[in-house]
Design a protein around this ligand. Structure first.
Ligand code: NAD
Ligand code: DAU
Length: 349
């Protein structure tokens, strides 16, 4: 039986990856390591928490000695590293947390793998990264695997640093690493600070939908299970020392996306046309707001046969249905500090 460490498995994307691996690979033992920040939630994994091949370990990747002790204890065969601080706005207000979790945390895992794995044969350290490391595009063009790094927010700079360190450990120590850089994910279990679940929550509760700047920024959206599928393929078939870009070829201006979401919400909540649209409110722009991201994913498509499975309209409809059907989940994650955080954010605008 192989033992795979998945970090950040209680978060949004990590929970989809853990669920997929636990169910699809009964001969793997999946160890989910997460310190349960505001974004980590064990309720995301209720359906697999009692599976015999699953174990949760509450631990912080910034604790270097603990990481080494866990590598010794579990003798991991592979690592899929997702744990990170992930929200750009929070990186603007509290950059240091991103430096510790995303850079120091990644180095601690790299060191544990380098020092505790006495033989790298058959091992794999897979680092999950973002398209934001490539910077911002103008009206045309795409990010390719060889696009020069140009991170522009504390979040993307911390992810870029961790990518560089992963490559450096491959080059210097021969650690068998692989990296993927993905575009914006959406789907069930995403914390409602990110645009899509935040807008769904606000529309549901007739609160304003904050649109940064003029709403003209463009993101390339991918359904989270399509990302989990790509991660599965890359973990098993990706080439060591390579990078794979993952994206939906699905670019949307924020304001157009919000209009589509409003239409779906009006229909699902049986509200008359225009009701949700009335909540759209233009607010002060995000500092240093990247204009456009667009991924060229032809490498993973050609080499590993991956492609996105869902059209955006279908994926968004499915996502809205999930949030409306899981009110209890939404209620739990929006209790406590959530309202306080948002009051502070919006008072600053
Ligand atoms: P998320 O914020 O939903 O989840 C992050 C998880 O990491 C949480 O469960 C949190 O508790 C855990 N975590 C944070 N700091 C930790 C620490 N110090 N020790 C242990 N656990 C810690 O994030 P997400 O959106 O699921 O993103 C997961 C990964 O994918 C991140 O590395 C992110 O950079 C990357 N990514 C995200 C997207 C996206 O659109 N969400 C796109 C591309 C890449
Ligand atoms: O591109 C991949 C990245 O996508 C990931 O690496 C990040 O972890 C993930 O958070 C996401 O970053 P973005 O900043 O693109 O996502 P967010 O949902 O925060 O914002 C999407 C767009 O919507 C962006 O242009 C900012 C805008 N926005 C966001 C919020 C939260 C608004 O206009 N209003 C909002 O309230």
């Amino acid at each position: 039986m192989k033992t795979i460490l998945i970090t950040g498995g209680a978060g949004f994307i990590g929970s989809h990856v853990v669920r997929r691996f636990v169910k699809k690979y009964p001969d793997y033992k999946i160890v989910n390591l997460d310190n349960l920040t505001y974004a980590g939630n064990l309720a995301n994994l209720r359906d697999v928490e009692n599976a015999p091949n699953y174990e949760f370990v509450k631990a912080d990747i910034t604790a270097g000695e603990l990481m080494k002790a866990l590598f010794k204890k579990y003798r991991f065969d592979g690592v899929i590293h997702l744990a990170a601080e992930s929200h750009v706005d929070r990186s603007i207000s509290s950059p240091m947390e991103f430096i510790f979790a995303n850079i120091v945390g990644t180095v601690n895992l790299l060191n544990a793998a380098r020092l505790i794995w006495d033989d790298f044969t058959g091992k794999r350290f897979y680092h999950i990264s973002t398209d934001e490391v490539y910077g911002s595009l103008g009206a045309t063009g795409f990010f390719y695997e060889n696009t020069a790094y140009d991170p522009r927010s504390p979040y993307s700079a911390s992810k870029a640093s961790s990518d560089h360190l992963v490559r450096a450990y491959n080059h210097t120590y021969g650690l068998p690493t692989v990296i993927s850089n993905c575009s914006n994910n959406y789907g069930p279990f995403q914390f409602p600070e990110k645009l899509i679940p935040l807008a769904i929550y606000n529309i549901k509760h007739s609160k304003l939908i904050p649109v940064y700047g003029k709403g003209e920024n463009i993101r390339d959206w991918l359904y989270v299970e399509d990302h989990a599928n790509a991660i599965d393929l890359i973990y098993h078939e990706g080439k060591i020392a390579e990078t794979y870009n993952i994206g939906g070829h699905n670019e949307w201006k924020n304001i157009d996306l919000i209009h589509l979401l409003c239409e779906i919400m009006n229909r699902k909540l049986k509200r008359s046309a225009g009701t949700s649209e009335n909540l759209i409110t233009y607010v002060k722009d995000r500092a240093g707001h990247d204009l456009r991201y667009a991924i060229d994913s032809s490498k993973i498509q050609k080499e590993l046969g991956w492609k996105p499975s869902l059209q955006f309209a279908e994926g968004l409809e499915k996502t809205v249905e999930w949030y409306l059907a899981n009110e209890e989940w939404m209620k739990n994650v929006t209790s406590g500090d959530y309202q306080k955080y948002y009051d502070i954010q919006y008072n600053k605008r």
